[in-house]
Design a protein. Structure first.
Length: 244
């Protein structure tokens, strides 16, 4: 596998627990160059040290706040170099109750999960880049499959991301470049505190599944049984879905 594996990786949302686990798994398979973009690069200190010292990898960092990327006045245009794989991993649940009456909170959730990511996706998915072998992994969520009273602001932003990236996926059908939309269920992290433990999966488990098939393309539910759960959830009558 290593001869055909990623040698370099670009990570947007490097402080995500899943992103950190994926970085380690990539390094295990021979990836030697990482570029980590996050709002607070110092939060990745332990990961950076491990990649540099244990794996002898080249690691660079970049500071970016996705909340600032949505200003049309500034015309934000990031610079993205050529990498073998690109991981899009930002995520913010936010305060759904507050967002119901506070547009600032609602727009914040949208910016981190979708709108602030769009400039990066545009710069990654150039016609020049998709002519060559590589891969884009996008961490979406099962919450994007149906609106729920408890988290529809988050779900809507992830749904927008999923649909946007499905367009990128179809754009690359006959290209060497692959697009992978990952709809993960509950993953053990501070963001999912309070979720039923029997439905939670560890970041390491998710990373292991993903890195076993690095060039897989399409929409993927993780773990696989979330596909069955969401199949049922999408078909619930409204009076039952309203209780979720």
């Amino acid at each position: 596998m290593r001869n055909n594996y990623f040698k370099s990786a670009f990570i947007l949302g490097g402080t995500s627990t899943i992103a950190q686990s994926i970085c380690i798994k990539l390094a295990d398979n021979g990836c030697k160059k990482f570029h980590l973009v996050s709002r607070d690069p110092t939060a990745n200190k332990k990961l950076i040290e491990k990649l540099r010292i244990f794996y002898k990898a080249e690691v660079t960092t970049e500071k970016n706040d996705l909340l600032l990327n949505t200003s049309l006045v500034d015309n934000f245009k990031p610079k993205v170099d050529f990498y073998d794989m690109y991981l899009i991993a930002p995520g913010l649940i936010g305060n759904n109750d507050l967002a119901n009456s506070n547009s600032k909170e609602a727009l914040k959730i949208n910016s981190v999960n979708y709108a602030g990511i769009v400039p990066w996706l545009i710069e990654i998915m150039t016609e020049k880049r998709i002519k060559f072998k590589g891969s884009l992994w996008v961490l979406s969520s099962v919450a994007s499959d149906r609106g729920r009273p408890s988290n529809y602001h988050y779900g809507a932003s992830k749904a927008a991301l999923s649909v946007f990236c499905e367009g990128l996926l179809l754009r690359c059908v006959n290209k060497p470049f692959s697009v992978r939309i990952i709809k993960a269920g509950y993953v053990s992290s501070p963001m999912t505190a309070g979720a039923p433990k029997f439905l939670c999966t560890s970041p390491n488990k998710v990373a292991s599944i993903l890195t076993k098939a690095p060039y897989r393309r399409g929409i993927e539910y993780l773990p696989w049984w979330w596909n069955l759960i969401m199949f049922a959830v999408r078909r619930l009558p409204s009076y039952l879905a309203a209780k979720l």
